[in-house]
Design a protein around this ligand. Sequence first.
Ligand code: ZN
Length: 302
Amino acid sequence: MAKLMNTRAPTLLCADIGGSHMRIARVTPDLNLVERRQIATPGHDLTLFVDAFSQMVHQSPVGIEAIHLSLAGLQDPETAECNAANIPCISGIALAPLLSQKLGMTVRIANDADCFALAEARAGAGMGHDNVFGIILGTGVGGGLVQNGRLIVGRQGLTGEWGHGPLLRRGDRDYPYLACGCGQSGCLDTIGGARGLEKFHFWRCEEVRSSREIMTGWLSGEPSCQRTMEGYIDLLSDALAIMINVTGASCVPAGGGLSTVDDLIEALDRAVRKKCLCKTATPIIVKAKLGNDAGLIGASYL
Ligand SMILES: [Zn+2]
């Protein structure tokens, strides 16, 4: 399948707004990111945030008509209000209209996991698949759903949030019942990301280990790490099998820090393909291809 080109790129800037840094670049039609810039995110002062962002945009040498943002947070598609735990100054603010007015150009915003999924579906590991569910295994878990090349944002921008919704029960012998950042308890997110894995390992084996150490221990055959990883892969593959049954996704590109461990992706894929209803010899859970630039590239397709 030919690479999908973004024909709007010459007049489009893309930005990746995280809790610590904002990155901006122009995306060329062949998906090269040029004129890159990065500054610290002023997370606590809206005026500083808007000024810093505007300054980055104004440094662009070509006539920019639009800017698309991948945001470490959510945007309600009805009200345009953002919710970003790590960038408190924009929470509750309709950021796209505000920036659009200030900059005099079209501004579109989407969640960073959604931009990741869109990028992988259109130009990465999910190319050629109609139904792509992109997952982030990072500090926590996130995800985004792309069907027929189109991002499914859903009500309040929440589609693809497979890490939330109580999954575990109080008193479970195999898993801890932990409070989640979303206000509920027992969500997959309490165990599924790197911090969750560390908590789970402590709960199961009473050892304080980093997620990296747990992975290394698992791969070198340490019994405690194997015990943890067995439960971890079992739980994640349960949730992913359900997601695949519900969405019909035929490709699940995985990004985020934990996804760099090949054995983890392969183990998850094997477990998921045993559990989901659709039987296939082709891997479903695969490593993402676009790395750290997925957010910027995905934003270009908004
Ligand atoms: Zn939750």
